[in-house]
Every structure is written in C-alpha cells, then in structure tokens.
Design a binder for this molecule. Structure first.
Ligand SMILES: Cn1cc(C(=O)NCCN2CCCC2)ccc1=O
Length: 117
C-alpha cells in the first residue's frame, strides 16, 4: 500500500547514502588499512584477538547482497572496523592513527548525510 511504498523508498535512499559514504572511505588517503580483510598469514595474532573482522570490501559485498536492513546495521559494521583497529593497534602507530582519522571522517560525514538526505 501507499505507506509501504514510502517506507521502501526511504529504505533505498538510506542505502544510497551508505554506498556513497563507503565509496568516500574507500578513496580516503587513510583508508588503506581497511580496504580488504586483515591477512591472517601476515598477522597470525589477529584471528585470535579479533572475533569479528570487518573491512570495506566485505561491507561493499554485504550492501550488494542487501544484507543491511537499516542505516544502523551499516553504521554498526563501520564502527566494528574501527573498534577492531583500536583493539589490535597502538594509538601511536601508522594503522592506529589511520583508524582514528577514518573514524572521525565517518562520524562527521554520517551526521552530515543524516541531516541533508
Ligand atoms: C586493520 N589493520 C590493517 C593492517 C594492515 O597492515 N593492513 C594493510 C596491509 N597491506 C596494505 C597493502 C597490502 C597489504 C594491520 C592491522 C590492522 O588492524
């Protein structure tokens, strides 16, 4: 019915915003540690300490496969990436700093798009 159609339209608008912000993070200079899943061969301890790995490519595939039902689900995975990063990396390290920078970029952009979309 009419109400359902409206909700579906908002839903797809929300996912457009998610795709947009993910593209921007993919291109960001500080995004390099997060583009692909952490390589367990390169970092054997990662698998032991990080229960739920996440990265931008995995998120792109989840978006494509319609696995995010709300913006909140999408934001939760982004925050998982940066929480994992803080768990595994010193703040004063290349990857640690990139994680803080990317989290800041995301949260500012996320609020901005929430208000304007
Ligand atoms: C999220 N995260 C990433 C790394 C990392 O070094 N990723 C980049 C690995 N190389 C970049 C080009 C080729 C592979 C280490 C710890 C960590 O928590």
């Amino acid at each position: 019915d009419q109400e359902k159609k409206k909700q579906a339209a908002e839903q797809s608008e929300d996912m457009t915003v998610c795709r947009l912000i993910l593209t921007e993070m993919d291109k960001h200079d500080d995004g390099w540690p997060f583009l692909k899943p952490v390589n367990f061969k390169q970092f054997p301890a990662y698998k032991k300490y990080i229960r739920q790995p996440m990265d931008f490519t995995t998120m792109k595939n989840k978006l494509r496969d319609n696995q995010y039902k709300t913006r909140g689900d999408f934001a939760a995975d982004v925050r998982l990436i940066f929480n994992n990063c803080q768990t595994f990396n010193e703040d004063d390290s290349e990857v640690g700093r990139a994680g803080h920078n990317m989290r800041k970029f995301f949260e500012v952009r996320w609020k901005q798009l929430l208000l304007t979309s």
